[in-house]
Ligand binder design. Structure first.
Ligand code: DO4
Ligand code: MG
Length: 281
């Protein structure tokens, strides 16, 4: 099932998305629906089906969940690790180390405050000359790290700030509009095999394609359960936390984001997430 959120009369409502339209779940946003499914012990798709309107409306999806926390994983694809070691000229293959070793890179990406939904602007920091999209499969987690669904994410990052010094990672990763999510969440029962998904990413400028890339999640070097296990080790995450699983698509220097560029990320089973870029001061 595809679920997400819509706005109706100024309120955010959870909704089921099917055949291009949405059936609203009145009085609950997606986080509220997820918490209620846990407290009632009912599976999320079953509760959504029970509470949704019978009639559907042609409304566009917004941010599919307002996550209390968003975390990111890094160097989970070889392309991300080797690019970063080469780009940063690391002495000891710092990123290769993280790719190889049992403990993955896990970093705090922010809260709903920095998240943006389909069609909404993603941020280019005013002090960055090389901001890049990082298209990623994202997991929506329930209490205790249970995987309840999947969505698309753009872990927008100021690569020049990250490259200047590893200790600047937080500033390269966390700022206004740094995380796009959506367009909807595919519930876990609808995706028994998340390791064979084809993801594509394009950047267009003035209507012309500037960059196109793709990756299969078959190249993901970690099990999703392993990423969740490290995230939740000695770290009690709240229900509705979103975990970004790392990028396998590395854009070129020529494709550094400029205001007005549109980044489009797609996985057919989940949907298409498109966002224009804008400078954030
Ligand atoms: O430390 C670098 C971050 C890596 C990352 O975000 C990724 O591989 O997706
Ligand atoms: Mg990333």
């Amino acid at each position: 099932m595809h679920i997400g959120q819509v706005t109706f009369n100024g309120a955010v409502n959870a909704a089921i998305f099917e055949n291009g339209s949405a059936r609203r779940i009145r009085g609950l946003d997606l986080l509220g629906l997820l918490k209620r499914s846990e407290s009632e012990g009912v599976a999320l798709p079953a509760l959504a089906a029970k509470l949704a309107d019978t009639s559907s409306q042609a409304v566009t999806p917004i941010l599919p969940i307002h996550p209390p926390e968003v975390w990111g994983c890094g160097c989970t694809y070889e392309t991300s690790a080797s690019f970063r070691d080469a780009e940063h000229g690391t002495r000891e293959g710092m990123y290769a180390y993280v790719y190889r070793e049992a403990r993955p890179e896990v970093f705090f990406k922010g809260t709903a405050r920095v998240c943006t939904g389909p069609g909404q602007p993603i941020g280019i920091r005013v002090d960055s000359q090389f901001t890049a999209p990082e298209p990623e499969l994202a997991i929506v987690l329930g209490t205790g790290g249970r995987i309840v669904g999947f969505t698309l994410a753009n872990d927008v990052s100021a690569w020049d700030i990250e490259r200047e010094n590893a200790l600047y990672l937080t500033q390269s990763k966390v700022y206004n509009g740094c995380c796009a999510l959506g367009p909807v969440i595919l519930t876990a029962d609808g995706l028994p095999d998340p390791y064979h998904l084809e993801m594509t990413c394009t950047i267009t400028r003035g209507g012309k394609e500037l960059y196109a890339g793709s990756v299969s999640t078959a190249r993901l070097h970690r099990r999703l359960e392993t990423l969740v296990e490290f995230l939740t080790r000695a770290n009690t995450i709240p229900c509705g936390t979103v975990l970004l699983t790392g990028t396998g698509i590395i854009v070129t220097r020529e494709s550094a984001l400029a205001p007005g560029d549109v980044v489009t990320i797609a996985i057919p089973e989940i949907g298409v997430l498109a966002n224009p870029a804008a400078v954030v001061g």
